[in-house]
Design a protein around this ligand. Structure first.
Ligand code: MEV
Length: 285
């Protein structure tokens, strides 16, 4: 049995969303496929499940949400169960929470549902499902976004999400300024969504730049991310890191994708042009 799930970009609001602030993401047209077949013991790629790189798969039964969601989908099919999106989204969130130590459901819901996803503190139009954990409750909405031209720049530097999320929590717990920065990201997200929906890409880009600056102040930047962001900005409306930071990837919102991709490559990153992807988790024939 096989299932596939899309990767995602967080357009606004990573890290702040872990504290319950709004965030906006889109599924992208880079997908992960997971194949599952019956065996007498659980294995991944024919080897042991106990290797650290399979933790997301082992607990769920992904280094990414797409891996977790596709693995849960493939195993559900193997066990003769329907692919039930709210159930898979909740299970996948629990897996990420377990592996990272602390998480929000934005990545796993985006991989499950596809399309644009808006996380809010309360229910609004387009509510898909709610997911709660301790005192936090996230309301996950589908959200129509205009077609966006996005270039992703990968630094090639791996960074585990858990410690980055924990580092931000430490700052927020000890510094009222950091707590206010998290709230500012929440406000930026809603302003950024409004700008995207009225196709004001200049304003959306400006807000992305501001979101990136705050993420740096929260300690999740990296010199290589700065290099790629600086390379992209002259040809972009805006550019920011996406996801956990500390390495990983950035993206740029642009109407000159080839030029941005070339600049990112010249600065030493890998560049991909991506488009948004409407389809979430799906079974493969
Ligand atoms: C990672 O892609 C996004 C974070 O906000 C963590 C999370 O939401 O679980 C950094």
């Amino acid at each position: 049995m096989a299932a596939s799930a899309p990767g995602k970009l967080i357009l606004f609001g990573e890290h702040a969303v872990v504290f319950g602030e709004p965030a906006l993401s889109t599924a992208i047209n880079l997908r992960t496929e997971v194949f599952a077949r019956p065996h007498t013991e659980w294995r991944a790629d024919g080897g042991s499940f106990d290797e650290p790189r399979y933790r997301y798969v082992k607990e769920g039964l992904g280094s990414s949400a797409a891996v977790t969601v596709a693995a849960l989908g493939a195993v559900a099919e193997l066990e003769g169960r329907d692919l039930n999106p709210p159930v898979i989204a909740r299970q996948a969130f629990e897996v990420e929470h377990e592996v990272q130590g602390r998480a929000s459901p934005i990545d796993t819901t985006t991989a499950t549902a596809g399309g644009g996803i808006l996380v809010r503190k309360e229910a609004a139009n387009g509510l898909l499902w709610t997911i709660g954990r301790d005192t936090r409750r996230w309301f996950l909405h589908e959200c129509a976004l205009p077609p966006l031209t996005l270039v992703v720049g990968n630094t090639g530097i791996g960074a585990a999400t858990g410690p980055l999320v924990a580092g931000v929590k430490e700052r927020v717990d000890r510094s009222p300024e950091a707590a206010e920065q998290v709230r500012e990201i929440g406000r930026l997200t809603l302003d950024g969504l409004a700008a995207l929906q009225r196709k004001d890409l200049e304003e959306a880009g400006r807000l992305m730049d501001r979101n990136h600056a705050i993420l740096n102040e929260l300690g999740v930047g990296h010199p290589m991310l700065e290099k790629l962001v600086a390379a992209a900005r002259p040809h972009s409306f805006g550019a920011k890191l996406t996801g956990a930071g500390g390495g990983g990837s950035m993206f740029a919102l642009t109407d000159r994708p080839e030029k941005v991709a070339r600049s990112i490559r010249e600065a030493g990153g890998k560049a991909f042009l991506v488009t948004s992807e409407a389809q979430g988790l799906r079974r493969l024939p």
